[in-house]
Design a protein around this ligand. Structure first.
Ligand code: GDP
Ligand code: MG
Length: 424
């Protein structure tokens, strides 16, 4: 069974939580894109973990976690993340973690470029996480990056790095008037943070093909959501990678494999980090109350997230580009405080009603059309069967199911692993 777990919206839908729950049925969990701009929260009997680079199956014994070819890896950050787990008594062996030799290294100067550019943009900034993700993907497509495999065989590495740094400094010193990047410092960084990672670096394509042959079950874990996909999201307020399920086999390292199952993770309301259009956004007291109730502060950055009611237009589009046949609806419990629940049923622009998710330019000008549905106004976090939910909560789930045209097979009513309703 090859399953992709993907976000249908702007990210932070609760993917980490669902991967942690579902990974019990999988032998392998693979992250296939992005870098440490993700923040996946996993809460279980071992504690609370915020994972940026490591796949969310890492805290489950017996699961092999793969960091795929499509990822960009800040070595220093990864060493820090591994250390945080070891400090909590979770050892990470090369049997548990495998890093693709084709994955790209995100260098300190990528992070620096990200910061320099966001600062230069001032109020026109994109809302980057400033972790170098855009610059490193740009360099990857320029074919001017170092891949993980180069750490295993360092012959010629220094010369290659010196060429890259020379090219990079044209922009750093010439363009941004910043102090030049030093080859020595970069070599030292590669050595300090690359050496501890050596035992984990392998040809993951060979490993994963073998796993497929042996009929192992593989879960592909996406970072961010459909609306952050570089091509199909709210460009240019997107990430720089492909967040869609279609990319999962490619980014993982088994391009010829096809998915058996795509589970779209969808939140019972909306949130969005950073800049860009977010038509359903709620402001003032209404927004603040929802942000508080949902604890909507970025897991990776701590930034307050923008919030809104459930967005039918965006969610239906997100589920469709993901090719999701089923949905896990998360954070339904968060809405329990509301008498009337806001639902954004359409967008409006120049007197026209829009129901198909439009291009970014249109979204920037569109206004939400809100309707209010009945709340349930009681604690639902203890419910474990769909029938246990109050009628209004059941109606809300059924309304979303109908609106997005996908079966909702899981309803999450709390952050903990077991706070879940599974529908057959
Ligand atoms: P991800 O990026 O998609 O993995 O999501 P994040 O971890 O960034 O954000 C989701 C947040 O909601 C985390 O703090 C989770 O612990 C929490 N969470 C996930 N599912 C639920 C749920 O059903 N109810 C509540 N109350 N919190 C949840
Ligand atoms: Mg997140």
């Amino acid at each position: 069974m090859l399953t992709a777990i993907v976000g249908t919206n702007w990210g932070d839908e609760g993917k980490g939580r669902m991967v942690d729950l579902l990974s019990r049925d999988y032998d392998v969990v693979v992250r296939y894109q992005g870098g440490n701009n993700a923040g996946h929260t996993v809460i279980n009997e071992k504690g609370t973990f915020i994972l940026n680079l490591l796949p969310s199956g890492i805290v489950r014994e017996g699961t092999v976690n793969v960091m795929g070819a499509g990822m960009v890896i800040d070595l220093e950050h990864l060493c820090g993340e591994i250390k945080k787990l070891t400090d909590k008594g979770i050892d990470i062996t090369p049997q548990q973690l495998v890093i693709s030799d084709r994955a790209t290294i995100c260098m300190p100067y990528h992070k620096m470029m990200d910061i320099l550019e966001e600062d230069r943009l001032k109020d026109k900034k994109f809302g980057s996480t400033r972790r170098g993700i855009g610059p490193v993907y740009a360099d990857k497509y320029m074919k001017k990056t170092i891949r993980m495999g180069a750490l295993l065989n360092q012959e010629g590495l220094r010369e290659h790095l010196a060429d890259l740094v020379e090219w990079k400094n044209l922009t750093v010193t010439g363009g941004y008037q910043h102090e030049a990047v030093s080859v020595d410092a970069m070599m030292e960084w590669l050595d300090t943070y690359g050496t501890p990672l050596l035992p984990y670096i392998k040809d993951t394509t060979v490993y994963l093909n073998e796993a497929v042959k042996q009929n192992k079950s593989i879960m592909f874990e996406a970072q961010l959501g459909a609306l952050r996909d570089i091509d199909y999201g709210i460009y240019p307020y997107t990430s720089s990678s492909y967040t869609l399920a279609a990319y999962a086999p490619l980014g993982a390292g088994i391009p010829a494999a096809s998915l058996d199952r795509v589970i779209g993770i969808m939140k019972a309301y909306s949130s969005c980090v950073g800049e860009g259009p977010f038509v359903c956004e709620l402001f003032g007291e209404e927004g603040e109350a929802l942000r508080q109730a949902g604890g909507e502060y970025g897991a990776a950055t701590g930034r307050p997230r923008r919030v809104g009611g459930f967005d039918v237009v965006a969610s239906r589009y997100g589920a469709s580009v993901q090719g999701a046949k089923e949905i896990a609806l998360t954070k339904l419990d968060v809405l329990s405080y509301l008498d009337k629940i806001p639902v954004c049923v359409a967008y409006e622009l120049d007197g026209k009603t829009i129901t198909d998710f439009p291009e970014t330019g249109v979204q920037l000008k569109a206004k939400p059309v809100y309707e209010y549905v009945e709340g349930w106004h009681c604690d639902i976090s203890g419910c474990r069967r769909f029938e246990d939910l109050p009628k209004a909560a059941q109606d809300y789930v059924n309304m979303i199911e109908k609106a997005v045209g996908c079966r909702i097979t899981y309803v999450s009513v709390g952050a903990e692993r077991e706070s879940i309703i599974i529908r057959s």
